[in-house]
Design a binder for this molecule. Structure first.
Ligand code: URA
Length: 237
């Protein structure tokens, strides 16, 4: 048995909170009967649920989603010191899902979650070499030779970075900041931050906007969306 609002939320149709509201508003039926009380028990094997006239399909065995992670929350399932974690932003979903890889505390942007161990393993495996694009706002304006060093690879604490695509998006000669697009396929710890620090331009803000073919797009900060089956299979290519 599963509570009605949780059943709706795990299908990805609405958050648990808005599911509760729709239930109270009479927009949800179970086996054709309107149910107005959140918490109504659902037998996932046999009950048929409609939400605002649409059949609710239970979440497939495996779930895949992307979150736009805000700065200031930890990529971990649980923090012993009680600090905010990314799990709180996907609390509507079954608690078997977990983040694929990690973004630093202060890094924002595209973070994948799944409960499919093979998917996570493949995506994180170095041989998969999936490209990731980051936007980096850095202190000062790096000169061409610094940018060239970043492109060729620099030595950071965990080794030498592979060649990267580094494009300056915005730089004003008398500005204190420059903005870059960086494409890497490795996942060394704090890689982008350490790369820029090595050439003397610490990162002030960092946001991941792409993994493989998957783009963050205009997903608002702190929100998630389920991936489509096509997006999942493209990532696995
Ligand atoms: N590089 C970093 O420095 N931080 C991240 O979170 C990801 C890539």
């Amino acid at each position: 048995m599963m509570r009605l609002e949780k059943y709706i939320a795990t299908s990805g149709i609405a958050s648990r909170r808005s599911a509760k509201k729709s239930i109270r508003d009479g927009a949800v039926t179970v086996n054709g009967e309107p149910i107005l009380v959140p918490g109504h028990p659902i037998n996932v094997e046999i009950d048929s649920v409609e939400f605002e006239g649409k059949q609710v399909e239970p979440l497939a065995e495996h779930a895949y989603l992307m979150l736009n992670k805000p700065a200031g929350c930890l990529t971990t399932r649980r923090d012993e010191r009680g600090r905010p974690t990314v799990m709180e932003l996907v609390a509507d979903l079954p608690d078997t899902i977990y983040p694929v890889g990690r973004l630093d505390l202060e890094t924002e942007g595209l973070l994948l979650f799944t409960n499919d161990g093979d998917f996570a393993y493949q995506l994180l495996h170095p041989s998969h070499e999936v490209e990731k694009t980051y936007l980096a706002w850095v202190k000062g304006v790096p000169c061409d030779s610094a940018i060239q060093r970043l492109r060729q690879g620099v030595t950071i604490s965990s080794g030498t970075t592979s060649p990267a695509k580094v494009k300056r998006l915005k730089a004003n000669k008398d500005s204190a900041l420059a903005k870059f697009e960086v494409v890497i396929h490795e996942g060394k710890k704090r890689q982008v931050r350490l790369m820029f620090k090595t050439v003397g331009h610490p990162v002030i803000r960092l946001k991941r906007v792409r993994i493989g073919n998957l783009r963050l797009g205009n997903l608002p900060s702190g929100q998630y969306r389920l991936l489509t089956p096509e997006e999942v299979s493209e990532l696995m290519l």
